[in-house]
Design a protein around this ligand. Structure first.
Ligand code: SF4
Length: 281
């Protein structure tokens, strides 16, 4: 049994939420640079140049890339041979978010009750936390801070199995078309296929935090990712929705077995920042 102090997780979360708000993840930054080279329209090229300049200033001056500093989502994978010491792991994660948003002067965007009160909690908590028990004696923290310009454009559909591949593609492309400029393109599209109504959405969220240079290990799904990317770029929504070649940086698909009677598909749309980070303790 390996002992890990919850304070280590707290400190890691505190550092990660600040870093992802000041600096693009390296995979997304590479997409941004490549897009600036590839884009052929003058308006698209200029928009990407401004995003690159914005990124440089944010990193240099230690200011957020965007005013919307997001709601934090944490995927914690805990090795079954780990024993946490020093308090509650859930509370440590929330404290890490609290500390990070406070120390980093990041905008607090979370409200206490979604419908009636809508009072700002003033520390950006609570984060949404998913915990999995896995093999081993390590703890993997994967997190993102999701802006709601793109989150609001995400959709979930319960397709019939007969709708198959065509139905899945139509659902994803329709979501991207409807998102248009509202999701702050170029987007990263997370697609969850299978599982249940709820689990498809979790898969789509997981897909948005998977680095874009790690294609789906199943070649059929990797091909689907590529085909969807080509088809959404053919929509010419373009950088920031001002028309152009690059509508999306990447499509990540995650799949899971499902029921004989169903084909759930969730599309979680993420923006040109797609703040995500991974750390292993
Ligand atoms: S969706 Fe992304 S780029 Fe758009 S406002 Fe939110 S955080 Fe900023």
């Amino acid at each position: 049994m390996r002992a890990i102090q919850v304070k280590q997780v707290q400190n890691a979360v505190c550092t990660m939420v600040q870093k992802i708000n000041y600096q693009y993840p390296s995979d997304i930054y590479a997409c941004l640079q490549a897009a600036a080279d590839k884009e052929t329209t003058p308006i698209g090229k200029e928009t990407l140049r401004i995003l690159l300049e914005n990124s440089r200033l944010a990193a240099e001056k230690h200011i957020p890339i965007c005013q919307d500093t997001g709601m934090v989502i944490v995927f914690l994978r805990v090795g079954q041979d780990v024993h946490f010491e020093g308090g509650s792991i859930r509370e440590a994660i929330q404290q890490g978010v609290r500390d990070g948003y406070e120390q980093g002067y990041l905008r607090k965007s979370v409200v206490s009750d979604p419908l009636f009160d809508r009072i700002n909690t003033k520390d950006n908590t609570p984060a949404v936390i998913y915990m999995d028990i896995v093999d081993g004696d390590q703890v993997e923290i994967e997190l993102s801070s999701k802006g709601f310009g793109s989150e609001n454009m995400s959709v979930l559909k319960m397709l019939k199995p007969a709708q198959g591949l065509t139905g899945v593609k139509e659902a994803v492309l329709e979501a991207v078309k409807n998102a248009g400029p509202n999701a702050c393109p170029p987007m990263v599209i997370g697609v969850g296929i299978g599982g249940t109504f709820d689990y498809a959405a979790v898969l789509a969220k997981k897909a948005t935090v998977r680095p874009v240079n790690e294609p789906n290990p199943d070649p059929r799904y990797a091909q689907l990712e590529q085909e969807l990317l080509n088809e959404m770029n053919a929509l010419h929504i373009g950088p920031q929705g001002l028309k152009g070649d690059i509508t999306a940086f990447h499509v990540n698909v995650e799949q899971y077995p499902t029921h004989i009677a169903g084909l759930p598909v969730a599309v979680n749309i993420s923006c040109h920042i797609t703040r995500h980070a991974r750390e292993v303790l």
